[in-house]
Design a protein around this ligand. Structure first.
Ligand code: REL
Length: 874
C-alpha cells in the first residue's frame, strides 16, 4: 500500500487571515483544488492585457511547479478545454476575475483600492466546462504576484532558490486547500534593499561570471534581484552606485526589467532624484558637484533624469550631500547657511518632480534621509514639506539614531527607516557576513514602526550575498511586523534554515545560529584584527587594550572553544546533508560559521603568539605555524564557496570583504611589537616641536594617547639643513630612560624612550621632560607616566568587584528594578555580550514627570576599593 506523506501544512497565518494549505495528498474539502495529480494538471491562466508582472510571475510559477513535481503546467491567456484552472491577475485588468465577481462567485470588494493585497479562493464551476478554478486576485499588480508566489513558497520553493541554491522540495502530486483567504495590507508601504559596496563581490561576479557579455551588473543581474525581491514580498530597490559599476540608468534595459517585476526604483540617501551621483556625475563635462557654484547644471541633470523615468513607479529621494558618503561644501559654512542651501535644493527638486509628473506633487512618493551630517542640518530647523517621508537612519551599526517625535508623528508623509545590515565606512566596515542580531533588528525597527516609520524601509544589504538571513528578516518584518515579538525573533534564523533544510535540524540550527550571533555581538568576525590594528580608515593606530583576555576568566579560550563547537556541528551537518542541499547549506550556514571560527582562531592565536614572542618562548614558532594554517584554511573554504556548482559564484566571496584588513588581515596576528594592556603602567609622550628653524633641528614623537598603553615611545630627530647636525638629549629625571644621549645626523635619528618603573611611585601620575639641544636651539618633549597599583582581590567573590580600576556589570544583571505603568524593564534574549540585554521601557510611552524616588530604573550593587568619583559607561 502506498503511504501518503503530509507535505507541508505551512499555513501562511502570518500573511493570510484564513488558511491556504498545500499538501501532497488529496484534500477532502469543498475548497480543495488539485494542482498536479497523477493524471491531471491544472492550467495557469492570465489575461494578456494585464500587467506584465502577472505573466512573468505565472511563468515562474509554472517553473516552480515543475521543479517540485517534474510536471509542466499549461500557461495560457485563454481557457480552452481545461477542467481545472488557476486564474491569476489584478482585479483591474483580469476579465475572468471580474466576471466571477459580477456573478457573485468572488467577493473582491476588500481588494478595491487596497495596496498589495490578494485573495486566494477556490471557485467551483466558475465557467462552462471548467470544474474548479483556483483564483489569485490581486488588488494591484504586486498583490497578484505575491499571491501566486505565496503558493510557490508553500509547496517548497524558497525565494532563495536561485540566489542561494536552496533546492525545491520534491513531490509527485500537489493539492491546494483554498477557502477564501485574504492577505493583510503590508505593514510598511515601500520595502526594499540598497545594493551597496558591490566592489568585492557582486560586481566582479557579474562582470566575470554571470553577465560577462556586459562586463558589469546589468539587466540579467537586476532581473534576478527583482525576482528575489518579489518573492520576498518586497517592492523597492536602490541600485548599486559605486563608480566600479555602470550606473543603473546608463543601461536602458535595467529600468524596463525593474518594471517588468513591478519593482519601485529609488536611490540612496545621498543621491537625489534617481541620480547615482558618485558614478554618474562627470565634473569634466558637468562642472563641480557643488550646489552653491553649479546649481543650474545640477538641477538640469536631475530634471532630465526625472523626465526620462517618471513613467515608472519610483520613490524620489530629495537630497544634497557630497558625491559619496560625505557632506557637501566646506566645513566652515555656518549652520544657518547649510540649512538654507539644503532647503533650497530640496525645494528645487520638488519643483522638478511637480513639473514632470502630472499628479498633485503631495501624492508622489518623496523621501528625505537625514543621515550623518544631514541629521544635524535637519535638527537645526530645516523646513520639509509635510508629505515628504523622513527616513530615519541607524548609526550604521543597527541602532536607530532618531525616531519621529510627537510633531513628526503628525506628518502626512510619515517616516521610514534606512538600516544597515552591512557597512563600509568609518570607523569600521563589516562587509563579509552579516551578523546583525535579529533581536536588535526587531527591537530597533519595531520602535521605529510604532512611531510612524511605516512608509519606506530600506536595508543597506552590502552586495546581497552574505546578508541573506538578515535581508529575509528585514523584509518579513516590513511585510508583517506583527508576526514578530521579542520572544520569537532570536530564533528566526533557525526557523528560516529549518524550512529550507528540514525541521529535524531545528534544534541544531537554533544552537548554532544563536551562538554565532552572540559571539559576533561582542566582536564581529570582520573586527577580529581590530584589537591590534584599530582601523583602516583611521590610519591604523595599534592598540591591544581591546584584545580578548587570556588572563580574565579564560575569555579568549572560551571564545575559541565555543567557535570550535559550533564550527564542528556545521561541518558535521554539511557532511550529513544530501548532495543537492549542500551548496545552499555551504553558503547560508557552513561558510559564515566556519569562516568566523577560523578568523577567530587565526587572530586570537596570533595574539597568543605575540605574547610568546615578548616572553621569548620557543613555542612561539608553533603558534606562528598554526596562525598560518588557519589563514590557509580560510582561503580554502572561500575558494570552496567560489567553486560551488561548477563556479556559479566565482568571484562572489572574497576575504577582501574584510575590508579593514584587505591583504594585511593575515599579517595582523603575526606582528611582533610590544604593547601593554590598560591597567599596566602607562607612558605618554608629547612633542611640541613644530616651530622649526630652517636649517636646524626638528623632531617628532608619536602622538600621546593616554588611554593607549605603551611600554616605550620614540622620538625622531630630523636634520632640516644640508650638513651634519649635532644634538644632545637630557632627561629631567632618572626614571626616564633614553636609548641615546647624543648624536650626529645628516638626515634623521631615532631615540627610544622608556621608563624605570621602580622609580615611579605606585598609584601616582608623574611628569617629566626631555630637552633636546642642537647648537643654540633647544626644544622639549613632555613625558608623563602612571604606575597603577594592582588591587588585591578579596573575599567578595561573586559580586561585582573592582579589578584593575574597572568594574563591569552586564546590564541585565541588575539587583533591583523599579517600574511604572508605562515603563517596564524587559530582558531581551539574543542580544548583548551575554546574550541578554535590558530594554528600558516602551519608546512610545507618553512623556511624564516623575518624583525623584519614583523614576523607573534599575539598580546595581558593586564594590570598589577606594571612595571617589567614577566614570560610568553604558
Ligand atoms: O559610497 C557611498 O556613498 C555609499 O556607499 C555610502 O554612502 C552608503 O550610502 C552609506 O550608508 C554607508 O554605508
Amino acid at each position: 500500500m502506498r503511504i501518503l506523506f503530509l507535505l507541508v501544512i505551512l499555513s501562511v497565518a502570518s500573511a493570510l487571515q484564513s488558511q491556504v494549505v498545500v499538501k501532497e495528498n488529496m484534500i477532502q474539502s469543498k475548497s480543495a483544488f488539485p494542482l498536479v495529480t497523477s493524471n491531471t494538471k491544472a492550467a495557469v491562466v492570465y489575461d494578456a492585457d494585464d500587467y506584465l508582472v502577472v505573466q512573468k510571475t505565472a511563468e515562474l510559477f509554472v517553473a516552480d511547479v515543475e521543479s517540485v513535481t517534474g510536471k509542466q503546467l499549461r500557461l495560457t491567456d485563454t481557457v480552452k478545454g481545461d477542467k481545472e484552472i488557476i486564474v491569476v491577475g489584478t482585479i483591474e485588468k483580469n476579465r475572468l476575475i471580474r466576471q466571477l465577481a459580477e456573478k457573485g462567485k468572488l467577493d473582491i470588494s476588500p481588494l478595491e483600492g487596497a495596496w498589495e493585497r490578494y485573495l486566494i479562493q477556490t471557485v467551483s464551476r466558475p465557467f462552462p466546462g471548467v470544474s474548479k478554478a483556483l483564483v489569485i486576485a490581486g488588488s494591484d499588480r504586486r498583490g497578484a504576484a505575491y499571491g501566486l508566489f505565496s503558493l510557490s513558497e508553500m509547496m517548497g520553493v524558497s525565494p532563495w532558490y536561485w540566489w542561494a541554491d536552496v533546492p525545491a522540495k520534491k513531490h509527485k502530486t500537489l493539492y491546494v486547500d483554498a477557502p477564501a483567504t485574504l492577505s493583510k495590507t503590508p505593514s510598511v508601504k515601500y520595502r526594499g534593499i540598497f545594493l551597496n559596496d558591490e566592489d568585492w563581490g557582486l560586481k566582479p561576479w557579474a562582470a566575470k561570471t554571470f553577465e560577462k557579455e556586459r562586463g558589469n551588473i546589468g539587466p540579467r543581474t537586476y532581473a534576478k534581484i527583482c525576482e528575489l525581491l518579489l518573492r520576498l514580498k518586497a517592492n523597492h530597490l536602490a541600485p548599486a552606485m559605486h563608480p566600479v559599476s555602470t550606473a543603473f540608468y546608463k543601461i536602458p534595459e535595467n529600468k524596463l526589467v525593474a518594471d517588468t517585476f513591478a519593482i519601485v526604483m529609488g536611490s540612496s540617501h545621498c543621491e537625489p532624484l534617481l541620480l547615482n551621483t558618485a558614478s554618474e556625475w562627470d565634473s569634466k563635462t558637468m562642472g563641480p558637484w557643488d550646489y552653491n557654484k553649479n546649481k543650474d547644471k545640477i538641477n538640469e541633470v536631475l530634471s532630465n533624469r526625472v523626465k526620462e523615468n517618471c513613467a515608472y513607479e519610483n520613490v524620489y529621494t530629495l537630497a544634497l550631500r557630497g558625491l559619496h558618503d560625505a557632506a557637501m561644501g566646506g566645513g566652515d559654512v555656518p549652520m544657518r547657511e547649510k540649512v538654507k542651501m539644503l532647503e533650497s535644493a530640496l525645494n528645487a527638486q520638488r519643483d522638478i518632480i511637480a513639473r514632470h509628473i502630472d499628479k498633485p506633487v503631495e501624492t508622489i512618493p518623496q523621501a528625505f534621509t537625514p543621515y550623518k551630517e544631514v541629521l544635524e542640518i535637519y535638527s537645526n530647523g530645516l523646513e520639509l514639506p509635510d508629505d515628504v517621508t523622513i527616513i530615519w537612519a541607524d548609526d550604521n551599526f543597527g541602532y536607530m539614531k532618531r525616531l519621529s517625535g510627537p510633531h513628526e508623528q503628525k506628518r502626512s508623509g510619515r517616516a521610514g527607516v534606512y538600516y544597515h545590515i552591512s557597512y563600509l565606512g568609518v570607523p569600521h566596515s563589516y562587509l563579509w557576513y552579516s551578523t546583525t542580531p535579529p533581536a536588535l533588528m526587531y527591537e530597533e525597527l519595531r520602535k521605529a514602526y510604532d512611531t510612524t516609520a511605516d512608509r519606506v524601509w530600506l536595508a543597506n544589504c552590502g552586495d546581497l550575498k552574505g546578508a541573506e538571513t538578515q535581508i529575509s528578516l528585514f523584509l518579513d518584518m516590513a511585510y508583517d511586523i506583527d508576526q514578530f515579538n521579542a520572544g520569537n525573533v532570536a530564533t528566526y534564523p533557525a526557523r528560516w534554515l529549518a524550512k529550507m533544510f528540514g525541521e529535524q535540524y531545528y534544534d541544531l540550527f537554533q544552537d548554532i545560529t544563536c551562538s554565532h550571533i552572540n559571539l559576533a555581538f561582542s566582536r564581529k568576525p570582520e573586527y577580529m584584527g581590530w584589537g591590534y590594528w584599530n582601523n583602516y580608515w583611521g590610519g591604523g593606530e595599534k592598540r591591544t587594550d581591546t584584545e580578548f583576555s587570556f588572563a580574565n576568566y579564560n575569555e579568549a579560550e572560551r571564545r575559541l572553544t565555543e567557535y570550535s563547537r559550533i564550527g564542528k556541528k556545521a561541518e558535521n551537518l554539511l557532511a550529513a546533508l544530501d548532495e543537492e542541499s549542500r551548496p545552499a547549506f555551504y553558503q547560508l550556514l557552513y561558510y559564515p560559521v566556519k569562516g568566523a571560527e577560523l578568523m577567530n582562531h587565526m587572530t586570537i592565536k596570533g595574539q597568543f603568539y605575540r605574547q610568546y614572542v615578548r616572553q621569548q618562548r620557543a613555542a612561539a614558532d608553533r603558534l606562528k605555524a598554526q596562525v598560518k594554517c588557519y589563514h590557509d584554511s580560510l582561503e580554502i573554504i572561500t575558494d570552496g564557496y567560489n567553486s560551488l556548482l561548477d563556479g556559479k559564484w566565482k568571484y562572489m566571496m572574497s576575504l577582501k570583504q574584510n575590508y579593514d584588513g584587505t591583504s594585511s588581515y593575515f599579517m595582523i596576528p603575526l606582528m611582533e611589537e610590544e604593547y601593554t594592556p590598560v591597567g599596566a603602567p602607562r607612558l605618554a609622550v608629547q612633542a611640541e616641536s613644530e616651530n622649526l628653524d630652517k636649517g636646524g633641528m626638528s623632531f617628532h614623537a608619536l602622538p600621546a594617547f593616554s588611554t593607549y598603553a605603551r611600554k616605550s615611545y620614540w622620538i625622531d630627530i630630523y636634520n632640516q639643513g644640508t650638513g651634519e647636525l649635532n644634538w644632545s638629549v637630557a632627561p629631567s629625571d632618572d626614571w626616564i630612560l633614553i636609548s641615546q644621549k647624543s648624536g650626529k645626523t645628516s638626515t634623521e635619528n631615532r631615540i627610544h624612550i622608556s621608563v624605570n618603573w621602580d622609580k615611579v611611585p605606585v598609584g601616582e601620575k608623574v611628569k617629566g621632560q626631555i630637552d633636546i639641544t642642537s647648537g643654540n636651539q633647544k626644544e622639549s618633549v613632555l613625558v608623563s607616566v602612571f604606575n597603577p597599583e594592582s588591587p588585591a582581590r578579596d573575599e567578595l567573590q561573586g559580586l561585582y568587584v573592582e579589578e584593575n580600576g574597572y568594574i563591569s556589570i552586564p546590564a541585565a544583571d541588575f539587583h533591583r528594578k523599579f517600574e511604572s505603568n508605562d515603563i517596564q524593564m524587559n530582558i531581551l534574549a539574543g542580544l548583548g555580550f551575554e546574550g541578554r540585554s535590558l530594554q528600558l521601557g516602551n519608546p512610545t510611552a507618553p512623556l511624564q514627570m516623575y518624583r525623584a524616588g519614583d523614576v523607573p530604573r534599575v539598580e546595581y550593587d558593586f564594590y570598589t576599593f577606594n571612595a571617589g568619583i567614577y566614570d560610568v559607561y553604558t
